[in-house]
Design a protein around this ligand. Structure first.
Ligand SMILES: [Zn+2]
Length: 270
């Protein structure tokens, strides 16, 4: 499932390509992916300029000229593709936005994912229970240390809780814990001040590196896109069971914590 880096890479690429473009058509092939009647969705989206593209947690937010927002969550298997004018795709797309220049923005395979049209109040409600953004000024060492000390659970599943810190999932929680040198099965409230500091520093470092490398999504965002997915080869532990550790002579192992897969190096993560 895409996490902050993948959604940030989409956001950055969309900001460069679709802002100030006008939506001239809305195609809905999967009604379950939207939250209102298709006619209402089309009416609110059609003829609107794309004003801004942003992100909150794992959600993409497209601001429309009429003040409404298209809020998308790709969940497992969903992806986004911007097709050139006339470009034919092998896949149908769950929801497609057509632009005045002839480009089409495909939201593909929204089997569990969704693209909802919302006003500001509905969007605020959607995001009300999310924790702080780890790349924002609201995420501080003091906040992290305080909150860790109040949690009895293990650190790996805690990092993926959207109400604790927003936007981190299975992959980057493993990468962050490797970066911090902490085992995924450590109890959150037993993490000492020095380790809190290591964790606090690893979170933005790991996420920013992944964004710079293009995240881990395998499929491109558009033709000739060489950026998307570039971080796959830089992952240190995620999906690397049995492979040598990049930091020590250890071997990466896979364990399960609260039903979540967790990859780590038992030799250098303590
Ligand atoms: Zn190691």
């Amino acid at each position: 499932m895409p996490e902050i880096p993948e959604m940030e890479v989409y956001k950055n690429q969309l900001s460069k390509t679709v802002i100030h473009k006008k939506v001239t058509g809305v195609i809905i092939n999967r009604e379950r992916a939207i939250n209102v009647e298709p006619a209402v969705f089309s009416e609110l989206g059609n003829d609107q300029l794309i004003v801004y593209v942003s992100r909150r947690a794992k959600h993409l937010i497209v601001t429309l000229g009429n003040g409404y927002y298209l809020v998308g969550h790709l969940m497992l298997g969903g992806r986004i593709y911007l097709a050139e004018p006339g470009e034919k795709l092998k896949t149908q797309g769950s929801v497609i936005l057509e632009f005045s220049g002839g480009e089409k923005l495909y939201f593909i395979n929204l089997r569990l994912g969704w693209l909802h049209v919302m006003n500001e109040e509905e969007m605020d409600r959607q995001f009300a229970k999310l924790g702080p953004e780890p790349l924002s000024e609201f995420f501080t060492l003091e906040w992290l240390s305080d909150n860790l000390s109040q949690k009895r659970g293990t650190i790996k599943p805690l990092l993926t809780e959207q109400g604790f810190i927003a936007g981190i999932g299975n992959c980057y929680s493993d990468e962050i814990l490797f970066g911090a040198g902490l085992r995924p099965d450590r109890k959150a409230n037993e993490i000492n001040p020095k380790e809190s500091k290591q964790l606090f520093s690893a979170i933005p470092t790991v996420l920013r590196d992944a964004i710079a490398n293009g995240g881990y999504m395998e499929k491109p965002f558009r033709l000739h896109d060489k950026l998307t997915g570039g971080h796959n080869e830089h992952l240190k532990v995620y999906d690397r069971e049995g492979q040598p550790c990049s930091r020590c002579p250890g071997i990466i192992v896979l364990t399960t914590l609260s039903g979540k897969k967790s990859f780590f190096c038992p030799s250098c993560q303590r």
